[in-house]
Design a protein around this ligand. Structure first.
Ligand code: 5AD
Ligand code: SF4
Length: 524
């Protein structure tokens, strides 16, 4: 199962990554639907003959989760079989995230695990230090200490294809071959349409292939998307980002904004409904900046309404919205269509207008609060969630205080909070007055405590109320189930029913915690 967009504790600790959040290559471009074309019998036999299996691990946001679903779909369409471990795979792929440094480092530690034993011809080689093993540069610098030796993986299978996809691929490009010469494929998300061709080149014996262009106006659509969640289908409607926030790598790694045609989106939603999906989540780094490239020229709110009207669709979600493009028309669409979930994720990043200006967010605290007021005035309650960055360069104690008062004022139902992480190429890298790590940690802790208390109080007010829940989990404990409300709250509940997965049921809240509700099923 893919990661769900849960309102969980990880959001407060900044571990969970929400989807705010990236560009492509010339050369030969296969027709769009080649990507998902069923594998021919002959091709399938060839693939089977070489034992074509793939392992795919995904880091980061829902956009990456969904990109991985498409990549898996493409590979399955070419006759590959997905396996659970890198050891069992012929092709090992990492779909990576570079939004913060920690996320980006993860892939290099994974790649370190795959380093062949005899890797001496690149820039890195091994040295034995009694039992410990370090990876060192030829000049003697230790690049990675005590990293686990999983060399058997590569040695055991031999001839594996190792690929880096996603934001780190786009950001680091061919540098990855330098750092990990055993990698043979580097491909950013804007070039995924080329993936089948790139993989074919590797299968034909090419040693290294890349897909790194970002100047495309096309989106990566496949007819075969292997969706992880049987009820909730993700659908990218806009890729890339044109916003240029000063701290953010996404415009570099995912390129300029490209929207998918509304007719093609609506057709896919109809197919999803026919296939039994009842919930669709429209995705984009700035989903509400959607600009229909077709003659219909639908606004985002019109598309939202049209998706909500597709028969069989019971829930429509959308993430992530940018405050600048968030208007009354979106709130009106929510009001008019009960199928549009009453949850809006509207990242603010900071409560201080001075910091927002330095971040190039294009709105002030007051302008952001005007958008919040639109939602608060809606005819049905809308649950509001956000992203926050603490410790941006120059953030004073007073600026931070303003972030805290914003929490009080808005009363979010969940907050993803992060310590500012300096990223390559971004304008904020050169900004003065960096905040020490320790101080960032202190501010994050204060923010989390404050928000946890807000959520505790807000959730407690819901005790006694009844909500519709889409059941998406069954506990090992008898009669225990879990699901999500329209507002995207996690609801753990009891029911003696035998089978509920995928059903919509009515649950009455009996107790509340900061990150979830507890209840009892009272009907269908
Ligand atoms: N440092 C910390 N957090 C960041 N985010 C984006 N870039 C950075 C960075 N350099 C956060 C923002 C965004 C979320 C996806 O990740 O809050 O909304
Ligand atoms: Fe979101 Fe700004 Fe990054 Fe675009 S540049 S993905 S709007 S944070």
């Amino acid at each position: 199962m893919g990661k769900s967009f849960d309102i969980g504790l990880e959001r407060l600790t900044g571990i969970g990554v929400p989807g705010d959040g990236q560009p492509q290559e010339g050369g030969i471009k296969p027709p769009l639907h080649d990507a998902g074309r069923p594998f021919s019998d002959q091709g399938k036999q060839e693939a089977d003959a070489v034992g074509s299996t793939f392992y795919l691990e995904t880091f980061g946001c829902q956009m990456n989760d969904h990109d991985s679903e498409k990549v898996a779909g493409v590979l399955l369409g070419r006759g590959y079989r997905q396996v659970e471990t890198p050891e069992a795979a012929k092709v090992i792929l990492y779909n990576t995230c570079s939004i913060r440094e920690k996320a980006a480092q993860k892939v290099f530690s994974r790649l370190g695990e795959l380093r062949p034993a005899d890797e001496q011809d690149g820039k890195c080689f091994n040295t034995e230090d009694t039992e410990k093993e370090h990876r060192v540069h030829r000049d003697g610098r230790v690049l990675e200490k005590n990293h686990p030796s999983l060399r058997k993986i590569v040695n055991a299978g031999g001839g594996k294809i190792i690929g880096v996809l996603g934001c780190v691929a786009q950001q680091e490009g061919e540098e990855i071959f330098e750092r990990a010469p055993w990698v043979s494929l580097v491909c950013g998300s804007a070039s995924y349409r080329k993936l089948p061709q790139l993989i074919a080149e590797l299968e034909a014996g090419n040693r290294r292939v890349t897909g790194l262009d970002t100047d495309t106006d096309e989106t990566f659509e496949t007819e075969i998307t292997r969706r992880d969640n049987p009820w909730r289908a993700y659908l990218t409607i806009i890729e890339g980002c044109d916003k240029a926030c000063s701290y953010c790598v996404v415009p570099f790694t995912r390129g300029p904004e490209r929207s998918r045609g509304s007719a093609s989106i609506l057709e896919e939603v109809r197919q999803l409904a026919d296939a039994g999906y009842s919930e669709v989540q429209l995705l984009g780094q700035t989903v509400n900046s959607y600009a229909d490239p077709s003659a219909r020229n639908m606004r985002f709110s019109e598309l939202l309404a049209a998706v909500a009207e597709v028969g069989g669709i019971r829930r429509v979600r959308f993430t992530t919205s940018h405050p600048r493009d968030f208007g009354k028309d979106i709130v009106e669409a929510i009001e008019a269509h009960p199928t549009i979930c009453d949850n809006v994720h509207l990242p603010v990043q900071s409560g201080s207008t001075a910091v927002l200006r330095a971040m190039a967010r294009t709105y002030s605290r007051e302008e952001y609060l005007e958008k919040i007021a639109l939602m608060k005035a809606a005819r049905r309650p809308i649950s509001i969630t956000t992203d926050m960055i603490v410790g941006f360069p120059g953030e004073t104690e007073k600026d931070f205080e303003e972030t805290l008062t914003l929490l009080d004022e808005v009363q979010y139902d969940s907050v993803f909070a992060f310590k500012y992480s300096p990223r390559p190429n971004t304008p904020s890298l050169k900004m003065a007055d960096a905040i020490p790590e320790e101080e960032k940690g202190r501010r994050l802790g204060i923010l989390m405590d404050r928000q946890r208390e807000i959520q505790r109080v807000r959730n407690e007010k819901l005790v006694g109320e009844t909500f519709e829940v889409l059941v998406d989990g069954k506990s090992r404990r008898e009669n225990q189930w879990s699901g999500h409300t329209s507002s995207n709250r996690v609801m753990n509940f009891t029911s003696p029913e035998q089978e509920l997965l995928g059903d919509y049921v009515q649950v009455k809240v009996s107790s509340a915690m900061p990150n979830s509700l507890v209840g009892e099923m009272v009907g269908r």
